[in-house]
Design a protein around this ligand. Structure first.
Ligand code: IMP
Length: 196
């Protein structure tokens, strides 16, 4: 099955392509099928935003399209930055600027619980949709650590492994990450859908 990956985030593309290819799916990029859509992420939930992205690319390409919307939710900040993770602090900040701001906003806070969330939506040209969600619980580190990954990885600490996401290999991260979990759930739902 050929799926168009509706994302321009190079790091997410690598992670999703890795996992979906292992599931035996042929993954092509928007650019491979001559599609370049800019979708405004106006949804209030990860699920809504994933749908907006997948639906727009499916319409533009005429092929099944899959999108992920994800972010970091911090308990002590009532779930922020949440769906605003990519835009936290405004357009002037890069990944490091955003996690530094988050650490600053969490200064003195002892409750460091947080989770990554990923919502995946696959839209088919016949109007059908297959959706899945994955989470990964962790705690917010007090200082960044590790060189790998992207986004908030250097400050997302996994207590069970005693490492941040940025200290894990891609395989280690995919095995426990929100996106890895969402993609596993997605595979099961897709298999059920395809049998119908
Ligand atoms: P999206 O492209 O709108 O889904 O933005 C997701 C944002 O959430 C990214 O830009 C990152 O800041 C953050 N994010 C999502 N998944 C991860 C991850 O696996 N590691 C680190 N940051 C992530």
């Amino acid at each position: 099955m050929k799926l168009v990956l509706a994302s321009k985030n190079a790091h997410k593309l690598v992670e999703m392509k890795d996992i979906l290819s292992q599931l035996g799916m042929e993954v092509v990029l928007e650019s491979d099928v001559g599609v370049d859509v800019d979708v405004e992420e106006t949804g209030a939930t990860f699920e809504e935003n994933a749908y907006l992205k997948a639906h727009a690319v499916m319409e533009a390409s005429g092929l099944p399209a899959i999108a992920d919307d994800s972010g970091l939710c911090v308990d002590a900040l009532n779930g922020a930055p949440g769906v605003y993770s990519a835009r936290y602090g405004g357009p002037g900040l890069d990944d490091a600027g955003r996690y530094k701001l988050l650490l600053e906003n969490m200064r003195g806070q002892l409750d460091r619980r947080c989770k990554f969330v990923s919502a995946i939506c696959c839209c088919f040209p016949n109007g059908d949709r297959v959706e899945a969600r994955g989470e990964c619980a962790g705690t917010l580190a007090y200082a960044p650590k590790g060189e790998d990954g992207f986004g908030y990885d250097p400050i997302f600490f996994v207590p069970g492994l005693k490492k941040t996401f940025a200290e894990l290999s891609p395989e280690e991260k995919n095995a426990i990450s929100h996106r890895g979990n969402a993609l596993k759930a997605f595979r099961e739902k897709l298999e059920t859908y395809l049998k119908k």
